[in-house]
Design a protein around this ligand. Structure first.
Ligand code: AMP
Length: 544
């Protein structure tokens, strides 16, 4: 009889899947590839992968010298720039955890997130120093490093990023990191309650990068020029900084300039071939192109990945007229983020154009290694394209828990699937289509707004008896909040007063664009707000 040992065949090397490999590859194989950044003054900063390699390693060494221990969190409060890219690599290759902070959140939430993550170091762009000043008395970080994007002197008591890099001598050597070591973290507000931290590992990010580059995913190679418009504080810019550096392509970063004209200028001057962002950005770019229709002739026939919210079919069609291809993808912070991408399968390529557009407008097919199923009260729903269920996912780049948040265990099923909160149908061809959302949240321009938080705040106003906040489709922002208000007997309040009341309490973009005064809010038999009825009533709201 064969022993167990004999039957275990020796297979491949157990080389850990860690980021140091990508950084070494960048420095050795692609030293001349370019990285371009639009600076705050709109000038273009250029350098090569050779510079990026040297400076990322210098950051890694400087952090170690400053006492960073494996697993320490290093936060960034930054736009998409080459310095941020250095942090993306320099922090994790030294064993630290890159914690990207969403600069659009209310300062109170940013401070909460920094404290919850127990960040030890903070790297902040000088153009965001005001935001840092708004939170500095509420956080406890050991060292604040300021990236001098404008060249202005760094405020007293803070360290200049350039001085910090200068503390490195150049003899950095990579620590041996197991592939499951945490590489980065990102907080999501895409669920109810406080923001929740998701930790990515070196392994998950390497596998995600390999998957993302595939032709039927984001289709990236070394001859591409990549512009991630999606901020680097949103799920690691959808992993694109890692995928881009892995394939060795030129990267053109928009810095703080995300408006349509600056983006079109960048696409034109750098001859960008791949770009990615939320629908709001692409709606703006589309309008600018329609105003100046000859402009597109100076662009490459780019692929524009859109995700974070549903891509309207009309937008996909409109871009086709400019020879620009919208590729629709779906993902989540909890999924690194790529889950599905909508590409046309070969056997469907000859279908009627309307069918093809409908396919491109749905969320698409699961990525390799990502499993999907949709569940309703009877169990898994059939893949028939019309039975709805909550989408659940499983795979090597899907989170298995939230950081220090045991109360959220019910987001994972007993058999280990993650419940997304998105309600979908799945077709027999494997295309996922989102039809609704179970989370009571509004997604405006790619950013979450909690309807529950708004309701609680509004119900704290002395004139308000009840408030229900719903998402209503908006042509520019995808969704905007509308508040239905029931006043207390004899009380009165104006829309302006309600706005002014909310202003100091929430981020500006949270404030509802519409307040509607109603006699009562419809309720379910159990007394909860019947939001479906409200959503239906206000679905054709005129925002003008
Ligand atoms: P986040 O974690 O902030 O990236 O948000 C993830 C959520 O955004 C998903 O669960 C969806 O509700 C929504 N979402 C992301 N991509 C899409 C898409 N392509 N279409 C519709 N909703 C999307």
């Amino acid at each position: 009889m064969r022993t167990l040992e004999n039957s275990v065949l020796s297979t491949m090397m157990r080389t850990p899947l860690t980021l140091s490999h990508l950084l070494e590859r960048a420095g050795k194989i692609f030293p001349t590839s370019e990285i371009v950044t639009r600076m705050p003054d709109r000038s273009l900063h250029r350098y090569t992968y050779a510079d990026f390699y040297r400076r990322s390693r210098a950051l890694a060494e400087a952090l170690q010298k400053a006492g960073m221990q494996p697993g320490d969190r290093v936060a960034t409060l930054s736009w998409n720039t080459s310095a941020h890219l250095e942090a993306y690599f320099g922090i994790p290759v030294a064993g630290g955890v890159l914690h990207t902070l969403n600069l659009r959140l209310h300062p109170t939430d940013i401070a909460y997130i920094i404290n919850h993550a127990e960040d030890r170091f903070l790297i902040v762009d000088d153009v965001l120093i005001k935001l840092y000043e708004a939170i500095k008395d509420h956080i406890n970080v050991e060292k604040v490093i300021v990236v001098p994007l404008t060249g202005k002197p760094v405020p007293e008591g803070l360290t200049s990023y350039e001085d910090f890099l200068a503390t490195a001598t150049g003899d950095f050597s990579y620590p041996d990191l197991p592939e499951d070591t945490a590489l980065g973290m990102c907080y999501t507000s895409g669920t109810t309650g406080k923001p929740k931290g998701v930790l990515y590992s070196h392994r998950s990010m390497i596998l995600h990068s390999l998957g993302s580059a595939l032709p039927d995913a984001l289709n990236l190679g070394q001859s591409d020029v990549l512009t991630p418009v999606v901020p680097m504080f949103h799920v690691m810019a959808w992993g694109l900084p890692f995928t881009g550096i892995m394939v060795g392509c030129k990267i053109a970063m928009p810095g703080p300039h995300l408006d349509a004209v600056n983006l079109l200028d960048l696409y034109e001057s750098e001859q960008v071939s791949k770009t990615a962002g939320v629908p709001t950005i692409w709606m703006g770019v589309l309008q600018a192109l329609q105003k100046e229709p000859t402009r597109w002739t100076k662009l490459l026939p780019m692929e524009m990945v859109v995700g974070g919210a549903a891509a309207p079919e009309a937008m996909i069609r409109a871009y086709d007229t400019f020879n620009l291809k919208v590729v629709h993808a779906w993902g989540m912070t909890e999924m690194s983020p790529l889950g599905t991408v909508s590409r046309i399968k070969q056997n469907l390529a000859g279908s009627d154009p309307d069918i093809l557009y409908a396919l491109r407008a749905c969320q698409g097919m699961p990525m390799p290694m990502v499993e999907v199923r949709a569940m309703n009260e009877h169990g898994e729903v059939p893949w028939d394209g019309h039975t709805m269920g909550e989408l659940e996912v499983r795979g090597p780049w899907v989170a298995q828990s939230y950081f220090k948040q045991e109360s959220e265990r019910d987001k994972w099923s007993a058999d280990g699937w993650f419940r997304t909160g998105d309600v979908v149908t799945i077709s027999s061809e494997g295309y996922v289509k989102i039809t609704d959302r179970t989370k009571d949240l509004i997604k405006s321009g790619g950013e979450w707004i909690s309807s529950l938080d708004l309701e609680n705040l509004l119900m704290g106003h002395p004139a308000v008896r009840e408030a229900a906040v719903i998402a209503v489709t908006h042509p520019r922002w995808d969704e905007r909040p509308l508040a239905a208000i029931v006043l207390k007997e004899g009380a009165s309040v104006t829309t302006e007063e309600l706005r002014a009341y909310l202003e100091p309490k929430v981020a500006k973009f949270w404030i509802p664009d519409a307040f509607v005064f109603v006699d009562e809010i419809p309720r379910t038999s159990t007394g909860k707000f019947l939001k479906m009825q409200l959503r239906d009533k206000f679905k054709d709201w005129n925002w003008e």
